[in-house]
Each structure stands twice: as C-alpha cells, then as structure tokens.
Design a protein around this ligand. Structure first.
Ligand code: GRF
Length: 203
C-alpha cells in the first residue's frame, strides 16, 4: 500500500491525499514526501501529518541524470508500490521513467490530450473551450502524454479568469487523484499497449 509523493510547491493535491488516507477513503501509506524545492509549502503539510520528508534540490546536481539518480535512491529506499507526482515541476529523464514504468503517475490540469505543458487554464480560456478539467495519467517519455486513467471535466463559465477556472479544476483534482491511486493500489488498473484498463475494461 506504500506510496511516495513528489512535490515542488503548494501541495494541495498532497493535502487531498493526506486527508483521504486519514478519512479512510484511500487505503494507502504515504511513506515519504520528496520535494526538489526546499521552501515548498507542501513540506509543512507533510510534517504536520507526521510523514517523513526529504528535500533533494535539483540545484545540488550538475545535470538531470544525477538528480534523477539521487531521487531513485531515495524513493527505492522507501519501497513504494506507486510513485505519485503531485505538482512536481521538474521534467524527469528516461532512466527515471523506465525505472518506474507502470507505477509512476501524474495529475495534469487539463483534459489531455488538450493543453499539455504549462499555463493550461489561460490557454483553455483563450481557445474558447466550453469545458476544461484535469487528468490523471501514467507517466511515459512524452511529457503529459502517457495513458490517461481518469479525467474530470468542469464547465468554462462567463467571466472566468485563469485563477477562477484553476480553482474549479483543482476541486476536481482533489477528488480524482485519491480515486485513481486507490484503484491502482487495489490492483484494479492495468496498462497494455499504451491503454489503461480498469477492472479489465478499456478506459
Ligand atoms: C496542480 O494543478 C496539478 O495538476 C499541477 O500542478 C498543480 C499543483 O498544485 N501538476 P498543488 O501543489 O497540488 O497544490
């Protein structure tokens, strides 16, 4: 049931996982929280919850490869079944991704494949989309391009700003991330040929 959560910032998704574990909605053990940013508010959330925290700053390493290797060592020491990216803002290299193939997931604030990358809420507004949302996906070599596990859609409403829209999406993120992690830990998810199955049914 062990998971390790990687963060860089605010940590509201981490908080949603902490709350879900505490309330018994997510039967998981958060073995550790690792941040690449020493000042990430997420770290305080973890400490308050009594979770082990580690800072591995990418600035302490000459290149991504060495940073990734330090992360792997730290994560593997925790022996998690699943590695969870929750607002982790560094791109991970191919060695890291291959090392955790099939057990590394991310949450992205858009309805993928629409709007991979940054500034998704502003881009959704600019595009004139009537719906926006969030996606949980397995991580593959293509950034924000891995097989999608679950999505939640929200309406784009008149008067929305990127911040207002982000808040509406975030509430859905906090709902679907514990859900997806629970499915994984219950053995209900499988990936084959780049497609996700839940209870044997293609998503
Ligand atoms: C979330 O919108 C998440 O989808 C994206 O980064 C943001 C992180 O927010 N990957 P938080 O740190 O979980 O509050």
């Amino acid at each position: 049931d062990g998971i390790v959560v990687l963060v860089s910032g605010r940590g509201s998704n981490l908080q949603a996982l902490i709350d879900a574990v505490r309330d018994g909605r997510l039967p998981a053990g958060i073995r550790a929280v690792i941040s690449n940013e020493p000042g990430a508010p997420a770290l305080a959330r973890a400490r308050t919850a009594g979770i082990a925290v580690h800072v591995i700053s990418h600035r302490d390493f000459p290149a991504r490869e060495q940073f990734d290797r330090a992360l792997i060592q730290r994560i593997d020491a925790c022996q998690p079944r699943l590695v969870v990216l929750a607002g982790f803002m560094r791109i991970l290299g191919p060695n890291f991704i291959d090392h955790y193939a099939g057990r590394l997931i991310n949450i992205h604030p858009s309805l993928l494949p629409a709007f991979p990358g940054l500034d998704t809420h502003a881009r959704a507004l600019q595009s004139g989309a009537k719906f926006h949302g969030a996606s949980v996906h397995f991580v593959t070599h293509e950034v924000d391009g891995g097989p999608v596990i679950v999505q939640a859609a929200v309406p784009v409403l008149p008067g929305d700003t990127p911040d207002i829209l982000a808040e509406r999406v975030l509430a859905e993120e906090h709902r679907i991330y514990p859900l997806a992690i629970g499915w994984f830990l219950a053995g209900r998810l499988a990936v084959a040929g780049g497609r996700v199955r839940l209870d044997g049914e293609e998503r």
